[in-house]
Design a protein around this ligand. Structure first.
Ligand SMILES: [Zn+2]
Length: 89
């Protein structure tokens, strides 16, 4: 029996990737945007590859805003940039 890997679409390159390889941004039921590294926060999620190019595309196309139906605070983008530039573990 093969285990099914959950796949999600990156908002930058639009490729389907295993969920665990993507960074998840989540909008809580209260409307707060945060990054979710464990994939367990409740709320609406959006995914992007841990890759600066994909992040740039997602920012430029406002795909994150659209996916979460909310404005994204600048500090969230900063945190994402930090993740991608600082190397991901
Ligand atoms: Zn991507």
């Amino acid at each position: 029996m093969q285990k099914k890997i959950p796949m999600r679409q990156c908002l930058g390159c639009r490729e389907m990737k295993p969920k665990r390889e993507l960074i998840r941004a989540v909008r809580s039921p209260e409307g707060e945007i945060s990054l979710d590294f464990k994939g367990k926060k409740p709320g609406r999620g959006a995914y992007v590859c841990p890759n600066a190019d994909c992040l740039k595309k997602a920012i430029r196309s406002k795909a994150l805003e659209r996916a979460l139906a909310s404005a994204i605070p600048e500090d969230i983008y900063d945190a994402l940039r930090g993740q991608m530039e600082g190397g991901n573990g």
